[in-house]
Write a new protein. Sequence first.
Length: 132
Amino acid sequence: MNDQEKLFKYLESVEKLAEEILSDRREIVLLDKRRNQNREALRELSKSSQNKHWITVGSVLIKYDDKTTKELLEADQKQLNIDINKLRSELKVKVNNLRDLEMQPAVPGLMLVPMSQKDTAAMSNAGLFSPT
């Protein structure tokens, strides 16, 4: 393989990974927008005095009772949170892979995760951490 082919394959892999990153970011924005709309709907539902509510499922309008509507919206919220968190964690890996391809150091602090309650309790017991 000559130098031009190597360069072309390198550029192709960088562009493909960069496009995946941009696509994931767009998907996160769209899912977050939907999550906010669900949150607004749940808030309005709690204020409402009606027993039945119209909701859209795909392109169909369906009338559900108050309890079922709330359950559907809450289940959708949970799934949206799972999807967003999954995309965000995958995005961190992809960004690091792209920086590796570009021969740049990893973004400092990108892969940080919060301490668990168990870790916090252990550090507190050892006198290394004082929760406020």
